[in-house]
Ligand binder design. Structure first.
Ligand code: URA
Length: 422
């Protein structure tokens, strides 16, 4: 049967369901350049406006996986589990989580990305560790999973290339927000990565991609369905991102806070989320254990040291220290309400994040909160400290923090885990 891009666009525009054969043809021909960007952007808009059925989303995900290589860890001799976060301010959970889960004999293959905009990327955080290398070959990944049990590295170009092309197109055509497209984009990369269990951390709130609970729930549900339809044991947590996670935001600063967690301390919200996601990953991988144990007994920290060293990093090296810093002082007294997006913007402006793909980031830049959501602050007390290597960035960041902070009546901090979906 001869297919035509225009006919498929019209079919989706008129709210009809596309078949597996049609979706395969669309993705294959878009990846090879036979279908133009104009046609694909029109299709993406039709999907954004009219949605997709569960079958269509599954076919789309499978087609994107088939556009590139897939990893297979079935010969490792241990279960695999990974997690994916939709991104948030101060979200450093992967750092303590990967070694914690690996310390129980479950392999964690995390192929990750660099950050763009106000949410930092996991690779940027690891790259703040002197010597640490993000680029590994597929053989390196396999070997490290076998010996150490955890790998966090850059996803190669071979993984779901159709997603790479489509994501760049969505970015400039107002179609990023389509739930079927977000879900198939995330899951095509995670399934191609070869994990057999997956926990999704879908962030909700001002600092997240999904601002309201209803949309986040819809996304989480679609992600879990794709996982289930693809034989990947999948759960999703909806977690609060209305205020920053933890107290340290920025690349080296988040490594520091992760080390606190691995040492059995750290802020309560970061510890709770690390433990609960680890517990779920272990459960999905068939391991019955209490992850608190290996945080307390140092086994997770030992695994961190192995994992960092295996990728050329020096776990004992001193992290970069910013050349300039400034404190933000409370001008009145009361309870603190601190908004995630504003703090994320400040950290990005100080140099922790990038404006354009490929730009460099400052390792030491960021924000350290002295007070967090719901804390009492006295007039003249330090709310937070700003760090950067570029002094002139301090002024703009102070303005971001001023907008992010409200001091007033008592507020109740939301629970970190808002909902669990299985
Ligand atoms: N992250 C992805 O990988 N894809 C999207 O579409 C959105 C967020």
């Amino acid at each position: 049967m001869a297919l035509s891009a225009v006919e498929l666009i019209v079919k989706k525009r008129d709210k009809h369901e596309l078949s597996k054969q049609e979706i395969d043809w669309l993705i294959e021909n878009y990846t090879s350049g036979q279908i133009t960007d104009e046609q694909m952007s029109s299709m993406a808009m039709a999907i954004l406006l009219n949605g997709m059925s569960r079958d269509e989303v599954r076919f789309l995900t499978q087609a994107m996986i088939a556009s590139g290589e897939t990893m297979n860890f079935s010969s490792l001799g241990k279960p695999t589990a990974d997690k994916h976060s939709t991104g948030g301010v101060g979200d450093k959970i992967t750092l303590p989580l990967a070694p914690l889960v690996a310390s129980y004999g479950v392999a964690v293959p995390q192929l990750s990305g660099r950050g763009l905009g106000h949410t930092g990327g996991t690779l940027d955080k690891f790259e703040a560790i002197p010597g640490w290398q993000a680029n590994l070959t597929n053989q390196d990944i396999f070997d490290q999973l076998k010996t150490v049990g955890a790998v966090v590295c850059a996803a190669g170009d071979g993984l779901a290339p159709a997603d790479k092309k489509l994501y760049a197109l969505r970015d400039v055509t107002g179609t990023v927000e389509a739930i079927p497209l977000i879900a198939s984009s995330i899951m095509s990369k995670k399934i191609a990565e070869g994990t057999k269990a997956l926990v999704l951390d879908v962030k909700v709130g001002s600092g997240a991609f999904m601002k309201d609970l209803e949309q986040a729930e819809k996304l989480a549900n679609t992600l879990v369905e794709i996982g289930r339809d693809s034989s990947v044991a999948t759960s999703a947590f909806l977690t609060d991102m209305s205020t920053p996670l933890g107290k340290k935001i920025g690349n080296a600063l988040e490594v520091e806070e992760s080390l606190e967690v691995l040492a059995g301390a750290g802020p309560a919200d970061v510890v709770e989320l690390t433990i609960e996601i680890a517990r779920e990953m272990l459960k999905l991988a068939g391991v019955d254990a209490d992850p608190q144990e290996n945080l307390n007994n140092g086994k997770a920290m030992d695994k961190w040291n192995e994992m960092v060293s295996a990728q050329g990093g020096d776990p004992l090296a001193k992290m970069a220290v910013a050349k300039h810093s400034e404190t933000v002082i409370a001008e009145s007294e009361g309870y603190l309400n601190i908004d995630a997006l504003g703090v994320g913007m400040a950290s990005w402006r100080l140099g922790a994040g990038r404006e354009k793909q490929g730009a460099s980031v400052q390792d030491a830049a960021g924000v350290v909160l002295n007070k967090t959501q719901g804390d009492w602050v006295g007039k003249g007390e330090v709310i937070c400290e700003l760090f950067t290597d570029t002094e002139q960035k301090l002024e703009g960041a102070k303005m971001d923090i001023a907008k992010a902070v409200e001091i007033g009546g008592q507020i109740k901090r939301k629970p970190i885990i808002l909902k669990e979906m299985r």
